[in-house]
Design a binder for this molecule. Structure first.
Ligand code: KIV
Length: 280
């Protein structure tokens, strides 16, 4: 049995107990090398279905499948040893019924060995959260702007600037809390609504485009390190990865075109002595 509870990872109760105390640092990862870089620095790594956009070039998260989430989840687990890893249940894999959600979550947890799943919580999803938690599956809820509902909302729309939206986001947050989730992502909501949700619920809120009063923050790593030429309002760029890659590729392309690469130190030479087996 190669999959086991790795005691060196942060646990679900440790993250839940951070409420109102130590801030939770979250970022997304979708592959093993990025997970290895983030692992010593953050508390929670989310294998988010934003990978549909930032890895696969899709327009929304709606095209992401359970198999894609499992493949990226396995890679992130291989690259990390310390952070709590949460994998998103993608569009279409959990909304039909609690049983469907259970089948999907069991696959994700058994095939990736991650510690928890995340679901976007509108409508009847809190009942599903309760169903999963009662069966031993830790759940992070996701309220406010729900990217999987982009087609219903007509885009990625900030929530809570009008009274009706405010009430429904608050109701979703309360229901997720009651259902037994151990944390919730609060995305794209007016600051004072995020403040109110954070005060109201008993579990940590992890903000993205929300408020500094949330119990933690999360960003899509690819946005935060500056991999794209467009940055949403709520992202602070801590790096310029797109420029760095471009700066590295330009001289490489020039060297290839001029014949300057590869050079003597980057080639293998014929050896008259020894054998392949001797490893020389
Ligand atoms: O999919 C994702 O990356 C997310 C973050 C926006 C929190 O859900």
């Amino acid at each position: 049995m190669s999959q086991h509870i790795n005691s060196s990872r942060l646990t679900v109760p440790q993250i839940r107990d951070r409420k109102g105390k130590e801030k939770i640092v979250g970022l997304t990862a979708h592959n093993a090398p990025m997970a290895a870089v983030l692992d010593p620095l953050v508390d929670l790594i989310l294998v988010g279905d934003s990978l549909g956009m930032v890895v696969h070039g899709l327009p929304t998260t709606v095209g992401v499948t359970l198999d894609m989430m499992i493949m990226h989840g396995r890679a992130v687990m291989r690259g990390s040893t310390r952070a709590l890893v949460v994998v998103d249940l993608p569009f279409g894999s959990y909304e039909r019924s609690p049983q469907q959600a259970h089948d999907s979550a069991v696959r994700v947890m058994q095939e990736t060995a991650c510690q928890a799943v995340k679901v976007e919580a509108g409508g009847g999803v809190p009942e599903t959260i309760e169903f999963l938690v009662r069966r031993g599956i830790p759940v992070v809820g996701h309220v406010g702007l729900r990217p999987q509902a982009a087609n219903v909302d007509g885009g990625f729309k900030v929530k809570g600037r009008w009274a009706t939206e405010r009430d429904s986001a608050l109701a979703d947050a309360r229901a997720v809390d009651r259902a037994g989730a151990f944390a919730m992502v609060v995305e794209g909501v007016a600051r004072d609504l995020a403040d109110e949700i954070t005060r109201e619920v008993s579990i940590p809120t992890i903000g993205i485009g929300a408020s500094p009063s949330c119990d933690g923050q999360i960003l899509v790593t690819d946005d935060m390190i500056g991999l794209f030429d467009w940055t949403p309002k709520f992202v602070r760029r801590y790096g310029a990865m797109r420029d760095l890659v471009s700066q590295a590729v330009q001289p490489y392309a020039a060297d290839v075109r001029s014949g300057a690469f590869p050079g003597a130190a980057e080639m293998y030479n014929f050896k008259s002595k020894g054998t392949a087996a001797s490893g020389d």
